[in-house]
Design a protein around this ligand. Sequence first.
Ligand code: 8YV
Length: 313
Amino acid sequence: MKPHILSFESFDDWDSVALNELFTVHQFPASGEVADLPDEVKEKIRAFAFKGHSRLDADIMDAFPNLELVANYGVGYDTIDVAHASSRSIKVTNTPDVLTNDVADLAVGMLLSLNRGISGASDWVTSGQWASAGAYPLQRTLSGASVGIAGLGRIGRAIGNRLAAFETDIHYYARSKKDTPDWTFHDNLISLAQQSDILIVAVSGGPDTQKIISSGVIAALGSDGLLINIARGSTMDEDALINALQTRQIRGAALDVFNNEPDIDSRFMQLDNVLLQPHHSSGTIETRKRMGALQRQNLIALFNNTPLVTPVN
Ligand code: 8YV
C-alpha cells in the first residue's frame, strides 16, 4: 500500500513519474478549493508535496486531519504558515543548498547584464541601430565598484564569493557580523545602501523582511545605483521602486521576483532601465532535478520513520 500524498501545482515529468512510483498522488484541486476534494481522500493524506508561491495557511492544512508533513519544493517557505504547522506538530521541509549556485549565478548574470546594458546592446544590433545610429552608449565598470548584499545566508554568501572574483568591494547587511574578514558589515540597510553602487537583495521572504527595501533604502542607493532582487517581491516597496525607476532616482533594477507573480505590476513593463526575469533563478534542469529529489527524500523519510533531511521546524 503506497502512502497517500497531495501534490500542489504541476511538477516536471521526471518528478511526477517519481512521485507516482512512490506514493498514491492526489492533486490539489485546480479550483483552489480544498472543499472540492472528497472527505475520504482528505483523511488519507499524510503529506503534501508543495510547490509554488500561493499561500498555504491553516484553512488548507486543517482540512487534512492526518497531515504530518509539508515538503516544500524550494528553499523559501514564506508562503507556508510554519507556526500553524508547528502548533499541529506538522513538520515542514525545504530544499536548501541544491539551488544555491544557480541562484547566485543568475544574480551575478543579471548584475553583469544590467551594468553593461547587455540586453539593450543586443537589441541595438538586432534592430539595425548599430549600423544606422553608431556605437552603443557607454556603460559602467564593475571592478572596483562597491556591492552591497542584503542577507548573508547561503545564497548571499555565494553571490559575494562570485563577486569577489570580479574585484568588487563587498559590503553586507545581516543580523550579526559574519566570519568574512574582507567584507564590511552593516547593521542597517540605509548604511549598506549608502555604501553600495549595486545593492543585491538576498534575504529570506516573510513578515520580518516585508518591504525592507523601503523608499529610504532606495533613496540611499542614489541616482547611480543599481538594485538586484533574487529574494522575494515582498521585500520591496514596489511603488517606491517603480517611482524611483521612473524618475531616475536610481540607475536601474534587475528583478527575478515580484509581488503577485506572474501578474506583476504592469508599470514594470513600461520601464527602460530594468532587466526583468520570470522567477527562474533555480530554473535549470540539474537544479530542479535535485530539488525534486530532495523533496522526495523528505517524504520518504517521513514514511520510513527516519529523520527528515532538511526540516525547518
Ligand atoms: C521556487 C524559489 O521554489 O527556492 C525558492 O525559494 O523561489 C524557487 O526555487 C521555484 O520557482 C519553484 O516554485
